[in-house]
Design a protein around this ligand. Structure first.
Ligand SMILES: Cc1ncc(COP(=O)(O)O)c(C=O)c1O
Length: 415
């Protein structure tokens, strides 16, 4: 029996981040029960907020018959209403709940957005380094291909209009139809919060080349640095072509609920919404989970307290992690958002190649039993960069970084 070519391709290329997560979580470190277990600093989860969520999520809550029935497969009206209210404030734009589509995670939202915008063989330009699953989420089923637009190390790996423009011009010369630019903002893996001016430049390039923008703003409320979050939907960024910017968000990061698989897609464009609604049929979120999420968001003062405290904890966690890296002399790009730090281990590679990066990665994984992810998985423009996630118990982060230091110690840091 054979499977389809598409299924075979997907099965042959399991995402590296998922594989590392599963291996690390199968035998996790515990100071008493498994001291030699894996320290997982590879998975971008916010494990710092469960105590804030627990009183609300574990309180006795009557399951109604309604919560067990089919609901509109693009999201219940109750959830879309409160999400629209919440995101309207975050993104400073009035969102119509009718333009929101709720699906089972931001992953599904990216998948169906790419399928809505692209036919197989068409392309999406992604500033690199990019969120590691973009290739699979945006290209795996839609058949679109990713074209990376490498960011400059000297610019701290920030997206620039020049690199996007260069890649878009080249794609046209090569006869490739590009449908969109896709970026995560705030950025994963680097943790940048983009200034309005930078976002305006991205919007201008997209307008010049007549392509759409997919903006993944799943970390919009996980900002702890000095630069405030600005959405690409904000009219201060692009008022000329509002119907060409489509946004993805979810409860996985800002609300620390990755297992609930609640993703959201918002588009001001009615044709995109209609197509996305049709595709949402294949990836709905359970009615009961939607009821739970709607209840959370229905209390704005709790939401405000929660997001404020979550940001404070993330900032403290980042500062602790940065301090540990400083102590070991490991350079990194300063972050203002998200759960991770983009660290520079170029000096510890045997040679400046991705093969050497892979070799160092397996040493860190197998010898130190620390899961961090190599830059190659994020389309890093150069070898030697790794993503370290810190949004978990301080003792775990400190154990992981100490182990990392031990593995790196014998490897001479080359200047
Ligand atoms: C930028 C970005 N988008 C989407 C996702 C996936 O979100 P979900 O778990 O809701 O599918 C992640 C998770 O790491 C992410 O970092």
């Amino acid at each position: 029996m054979t499977v389809s070519r598409r299924a075979a391709r997907l099965a042959a290329e399991p995402p590296a981040i998922a594989a590392a997560h599963l291996r690390a979580e199968a035998a996790p470190y515990h100071p008493d029960h498994r001291p030699d277990g894996f320290v997982n600093l590879g998975t971008a989860e916010n494990r710092l907020v469960w105590d804030l969520l627990a009183p609300r999520l574990t309180a006795r809550r009557a399951l109604t018959a309604q919560d067990t029935y089919y609901a509109p497969l693009h999201g219940t009206p109750a959830l879309r209403e409160v999400v629209a209210g919440f995101l309207s404030g975050v993104c400073r734009t009035a969102m119509d709940p009718e333009h929101l589509v709720v699906v089972s995670g931001a992953t599904a939202a990216l998948d169906l957005l790419a399928s809505t915008l692209c036919d197989p063989g068409e392309a999406i330009v992604v500033p690199a380094p990019y969120y590691a699953a973009f290739e699979l989420d945006l290209g795996g089923r839609s058949g679109a291909r990713m074209i990376p637009a490498p960011a400059e190390r000297d610019e701290g790996f920030r997206v620039t209009a020049e690199s996007l423009d260069r890649v878009l011009v080249q794609a046209r010369r090569d006869g490739v139809t590009v449908r969109a630019i896709a970026l995560s903002s705030p950025s994963n893996p680097v943790g940048h919060v983009y200034a309005t001016e930078t976002l305006r430049e991205v919007a201008d390039v997209a307008a010049r080349h007549d392509v759409d923008i997919i903006t993944d703003e799943i970390y919009a409320n996980s900002v702890f640095g000095a630069t405030p979050f600005v959405s690409l939907l904000d009219s201060r960024v692009d008022s000329a072509r509002p119907e060409r910017t489509h946004m993805v968000w979810g409860f996985a990061k800002d609300f620390g609920l990755p297992g609930c698989k609640i993703g959201v897609l918002y588009s001001p464009n009615p044709r995109v919404v209609a197509a996305a609604r049709a595709l949402a049929y294949f990836a709905p979120t359970s009615t009961d989970t939607q009821a739970l999420a709607a209840e959370l968001l229905a209390d704005p003062s709790w939401v405000d307290r929660f997001t404020t405290e979550s940001r404070r904890r993330l900032g403290a966690s980042y500062a602790r992690c940065a301090g540990l890296l400083d102590d070991l002399g490991i350079p990194y790009v300063p972050a203002g958002a998200g759960f991770s730090v983009w660290i520079d281990l170029r000096g510890r590679l045997a040679e400046p190649t991705f093969a050497a990066e892979r070799e160092l990665w397996s040493r860190i994984f197998d010898d130190a039993r620390v899961s961090i992810l190599p830059g190659e998985a994020f389309g890093s423009p150069e070898p030697g960069w790794f993503r370290v996630c810190h949004a978990t118990e301080p003792a775990i982060v400190s154990t992981g970084i100490t182990r990392l230091g031990r593995v790196l110690e014998p490897l001479v840091a080359k200047g």
